[in-house]
Design a protein around this ligand. Structure first.
Ligand SMILES: NC(=O)c1ccc[n+]([C@@H]2O[C@H](COP(=O)([O-])OP(=O)(O)OC[C@H]3O[C@@H](n4cnc5c(N)ncnc54)[C@H](O)[C@@H]3O)[C@@H](O)[C@H]2O)c1
Length: 373
């Protein structure tokens, strides 16, 4: 690959350009990783004014050179028709909403449009892989395999130093994971973006799978506390949930368990309960003689480790660890051949399996709600 890295951005929204809601901002990381080697060749977004605003803010930013030739297009087809040969993208960052991608259905097939338009381009796709049924995602995965496209998915927590420390200990000591226990307790008071209250759950499942392995999907059992039940009444919401249809409103608590193919058991508790803004998130991993507890992976991760032969817990705190930076820096390294493809910790197939678990939990919880609520 040439010294210059041509990047195509899909989506002018928060994941690519940042938000006050969180630390995500792929373009900021790319600027840091690639510096003067970055060339953003185009930004595709049907929302012309949002794309224009995003580009203008970059042209005023610290690395205008990277952005000066960036063209705006409403569709991938328009970009493909106009991008000159020297600007053909090496990497596309797919930060569009999940309902326009992850399938082979026209209009919801961004990845396939990209593979057809730019066959040599590597794709970094945001999570979740889709918002529709799971089967079409597998057909997309088959197309990727056939075209030998390098794809990474943005499950960034896998790149945390704390997560990699657990992985390393498991590998060094030949441990067999016995169980995973993920807790994701949301502080809802200031979560006012209605999309966050629609049934799109986050957190927990992907890291559980990263340690537990493949899930036996029919084994998933789940129960919920629904918004309409007495324990599900929330007193501190600061937006009107009324316009969200009742059946789409998030359960206040979801408790799920499942069996992994390797024999371990997984547990996930997702709760919307806390006031203020500070979430309470934790992942535990158990193995013979060992207990790992990862606390607060989304801000300053802390890893508590209890080893065999000692009841004392060692605590490691990881300040300044930026998983968004590491996931993209790793992806760039793999694209440029400095690292093996195993460096990409979330492949498309693997991300589909996380997506399948999400659906299995949702379906199991909805079945249980029909029986018990
Ligand atoms: N990894 C993380 O922590 C993280 C954080 C935020 C968002 N995300 C993911 O990133 C994705 C985008 O989220 P967001 O917050 O940036 O959303 P957003 O709504 O802020 O922005 C999405 C943009 O995509 C554009 N778009 C819609 N259809 C398109 C198409 N066919 N082609 C190109 N652009 C199109 C929209 O006009 C919009 O500007 C979602 O899948 C979300 O889950 C991940």
């Amino acid at each position: 690959m040439s010294h210059i890295v041509n990047v195509l951005l899909i989506g002018a929204g928060e994941i690519n350009f940042g938000s006050v809601e969180g630390p995500w901002n792929h373009t900021l990381r790319l600027e840091k990783i690639l510096g003067s080697r970055l060339r953003v060749v185009a930004l595709v977004d049907p929302d012309r004014s949002r794309a224009t605003d995003a580009l203008n803010s970059k042209l005023r930013s610290a690395v205008p050179e990277a952005w000066k030739d960036c063209a705006l297009f409403p569709t991938v087809a328009d970009a493909a028709a106009s991008i000159p040969p020297q600007s053909v993208p090496h990497i596309a960052i797919v930060g569009a909403p999940p309902f326009v991608r992850g399938t082979d259905i026209p209009g919801q097939d961004l990845e396939l449009q990209l593979v057809n338009a730019f066959p040599k381009c590597a794709l970094f796709v945001e999570k979740p892989v889709s918002s529709g049924p799971e089967d079409p995602c597998w057909r997309v995965a088959q197309k990727f395999a056939a075209s030998r496209t390098l794809v990474g998915v943005g499950y960034m927590l896998r790149y945390l130093k704390a997560v990699q420390m657990i992985k390393r200990i498991i590998s060094d000591y030949g441990l067999v994971v016995m169980g995973t226990n993920a807790r994701y307790v949301m502080a809802y008071e200031w979560a006012r973006k209605p999309a966050w209250w629609d049934k799109a759950r986050s957190g927990g499942r992907d890291l559980s799978r990263y340690f537990g392995g493949d899930v036996l999907l029919p084994s998933v059992v789940a129960h919920t506390v629904q918004h309409s039940e007495p324990p599900g009444r929330l007193s501190a919401t600061r937006f009107d949930e009324g316009p969200i249809p009742a059946e789409n409103r998030l359960p206040r608590l979801t408790s799920a368990t499942w069996k992994y193919a390797g024999g371990a058991v997984g547990t996930l508790t997702h709760v919307i309960a806390l006031h203020g803004t500070t979430y309470d998130t934790e992942l535990e991993v158990y193995a013979d003689g060992w207990h790992f507890k990862l606390v607060d992976p989304y801000s300053t991760p802390k890893l508590c480790v209890r080893r065999p032969g000692s009841a004392e817990v060692e605590v490691h705190t990881f300040t300044g660890d930026d998983p968004f930076y590491t996931e993209l820096a790793t992806f760039v390294d793999v694209v440029e051949g400095r690292r093996e493809s195993e460096g990409v910790l979330s492949s498309y197939e693997d991300a589909i399996k996380t997506y399948e678990l999400t659906w299995a939990i949702r379906r199991a919880s909805e079945r249980a709600a029909e029986d018990y609520i």
